[in-house]
Design a protein around this ligand. Structure first.
Ligand code: WTA
Length: 649
């Protein structure tokens, strides 16, 4: 770390759960949390084995953990079927007829699938996949709207041991190509389209475009969602509804090795190429099951709703796997939170009697901006617990969420975790942890989190440092797909045997973790990770661009906005039209979420004498209009004045 991490936020308000909430909660006192936490750290095998025994294992494990840093094996020797645990496990008792998924499409259609119906749909599709030759370990790319079939497709893959690779429906055809290529996928599951803000997103068309360049896909299953005109390639493309029409609703779930790969999910890092994070079966299942159970205090009569998309890790762990493994009823929604207006989600909370609501700070800030009239005109009294994920929640947003949505009575679990960690790592337990707005509070069971300084010493209270996890945990990533070296280098290089998260943080005197933000070149835009290098390489791939530097700028709703600085090739003139074209180009290469909010075309970028772009200066310039600190390494000082002029500062 070249700069000391500073965090000036001082927050003294403390919120404790009500007596009634605590009394009914799974973990109801700090003493109980501390006792279990201590056990989970001192005797992890005892703690995790007891929890894991609540699930179905086709063959028991010989050993809970085999740790040869940085490679972990959990529940060694066990055989397990993750899908069986999320679906079949609930069919023996009254949960059989319980709603598993209550779904609403953006235009307003409603569908409910009980566990029994979900089981039948998953079995039918699993039978289809097998009949069409999809094998265990084969990679299957899923590119779907938020319909129950997205979860069904994931579960069906898990059931037959195929490895899913879900790509967020907002990513472009080129992003699909990269992910197909890196994962060497041979099967695609998609839909004709999906609804977003009243428009149709043509998903199959993007897949078709990608498959013009990537030729190894043998079959494409197409779920009919919008009914729009779709071209189907003979011998390759298959309609989901035609395929399942004659498929059996019965399917025997085979047990797979506990370390059998479950999925790959791509996420941004500090280079231009997204990393394929690999998660495996037994440990991931246990991690998401246990964290869902305790952190969302899952009870049999809950109606749980996580607003994430299945294309992100939150959708994997806290829509598809964790909640279903717990046999909970959950709400799933296809579209935008402001369609037709900002009352949509609150209408759904009222209609379905949602008890637990899990969303992102960026959404909360958008709701604040839209006005209190939306939540105030709905009955939100069914809510008992709120959650937040994706970025630090600013205390104002926390307070608004607490008062306007939670009616002042719901605990808020601010959950810190990552694609890599698979499950929530730092979070309050709603029945016991005293919350302060803005802190994710304390580590979850089994999570040995700490903040270290440059020399590897633990930081003192309120001193900023690097967030690390000192012991392996069941849902940890196992590697970067196809790149062990990058896995070791990215996560295990800073301190021997410890996982570095890439986040800066501090602990207050009560031991609460305050996350400051990323230490690497990763932006957090609306709770989504975006590598500056990825956006830069997208920009440079345009024929007019010579060089690009991308930085984040604080943004009221998104948290961070993407700001790009560019130089153009000789003889190409800057124009507004060019800026529009470049924005769209980034949308085409990565997806709409990566489009820069501002593009500044300048004659030169600030560089060191050795030619490195000084992004730190650009960041400061966009935030404050000035540069401070050490600029002696800057090669040409006049660049700053030119940039200030371009920025109008
Ligand atoms: C950030 C999302 C503060 C953090 C689950 C992390 C958070 C990155 C929080 C992972 C939180 C996530 N408080 N920061 N509660 N949750 N982050 O992989 O910087 O999309 O490293 O996983 O989001 O993003 P990812």
């Amino acid at each position: 770390m070249s700069q000391k991490i500073e965090s000036h936020l001082v927050e003294n308000r403390v919120f404790k759960p009500s007596k009634e909430f605590s009394k009914a909660a799974r973990i109801s006192s700090m003493a109980q949390y501390k006792r279990l936490y201590k056990e989970s750290i001192d005797k992890p095998a005892t703690f995790w084995a007891r929890e894991a025994k609540e699930l179905v294992w086709q063959k028991p494990w010989k050993k809970v953990l085999d740790w040869k840093a940085p490679f972990a094996k959990w529940f060694v020797g066990a055989k397990v079927n993750v899908c069986e645990n999320c679906v079949d496990r609930h069919l023996d008792g009254p949960r059989r007829n319980k709603a598993a998924i209550i779904w609403e499409g953006e235009p307003g259609e409603k569908r409910t699938l009980t566990y029994q119906q979900l089981h039948r749909e998953v079995c039918r599709f699993a039978n289809v996949l097998e009949a069409r030759g999809v094998k265990a370990k084969e990679r299957v790319l899923i590119y779907m709207p938020m319909v129950p079939e997205a979860a069904i497709a994931m579960l069906a893959c898990a059931r037959i041991g195929a490895v899913h690779n879900v790509v967020f429906g907002g990513f472009s055809a080129e992003s699909i190509i990269d992910r197909l290529d890196d994962s060497e996928s041979t099967t695609v599951i998609t839909a004709d389209g999906g609804y977003r803000r009243g428009k149709i997103v043509p998903l199959k068309a993007s897949v078709d475009e990608a498959l013009k360049k990537y030729k190894k896909v043998e079959r494409v299953f197409v779920y009919q969602r919008t009914g729009e005109k779709t071209t189907m390639k003979r011998g390759r493309d298959l309609w989901w509804h035609e395929e399942v029409a004659s498929a059996s609703g019965k399917h025997t779930p085979k047990g797979f090795d506990s370390e059998h790969p479950l999925f790959i999910l791509y996420t941004s890092g500090s280079t231009g190429k997204p990393k394929g994070i690999l998660h495996t079966s037994g440990g991931y299942l246990v991690g998401t099951y246990v964290s869902s159970k305790y952190i969302f205090d899952m009870q049999d009569d809950d109606v749980y709703w996580c607003t994430a998309d299945v294309g992100w890790i939150t959708g994997h762990s806290y829509i598809t796997y964790g909640p279903l493994a717990n046999g909970i009823t959950q709400v799933m929604y296809e579209g935008a939170p402001n369609y037709p207006d900002f009352g949509r989600l609150w209408d759904m909370v009222e209609e379905y009697g949602v008890t637990t609501f899990y969303t992102a700070p960026t959404a909360i800030r958008a709701f604040i901006k839209a006005g209190d009239k939306f939540p105030e005109s709905r009955d939100l009294s069914s809510l008992r617990l709120l959650g937040s994920v994706g970025e630090p929640i600013n205390p104002e947003a926390w307070m608004w969420y607490h008062d306007k949505i939670g009616g002042g009575r719901c605990p808020i679990v601010d959950t810190w975790w990552q694609t890599e960690t698979g499950a929530i790592m730092i979070s309050p337990l709603p029945g016991c942890t005293p919350c302060k707005p803005g802190t994710a509070t304390l580590p979850f069971f089994g999570v040995d989190a700490a903040i270290l300084d440059e020399t590897g010493q633990e930081c003192k209270a309120n001193e900023g440092g690097k967030l690390v996890i000192r012991k392996p945990w069941p849902s940890m990533l196992r590697t970067i797909y196809g790149d062990k070296t990058r896995y070791k280098k990215t996560y295990w290089n800073d301190y021997p045997g410890m996982y570095t998260a890439g986040d800066g943080a501090r602990r207050d005197k009560d031991g609460n973790f305050w996350i400051v933000g990323r230490l690497d070149d990763v932006l957090n835009v609306s709770g989504h990770r975006l590598g500056t290098a990825e956006v830069e390489s997208a920009l440079v791939s345009h024929k007019a661009v010579a060089e690009a530097a991308v930085v984040g700028k604080p943004h009221e709703i998104k948290g961070q906005a993407v700001v790009a600085f560019l130089t153009l090739k000789e003889g190409i003139a800057s124009s507004d039209k060019m800026k529009v074209e470049l924005r769209n180009h980034v949308g085409k290469v990565i997806g709409a979420i990566a489009k820069p909010d501002a593009i500044h075309i300048t004659p030169a970028l600030p560089k060191t004498r050795s030619g490195k772009i000084m992004r730190r200066l650009l960041k400061e310039l966009v935030a404050t209009g000035k540069v401070s600190g050490n600029v002696t390494t800057l090669e040409d000082y006049s660049v700053i004045a030119a940039l200030q002029k371009e920025l109008g500062k």
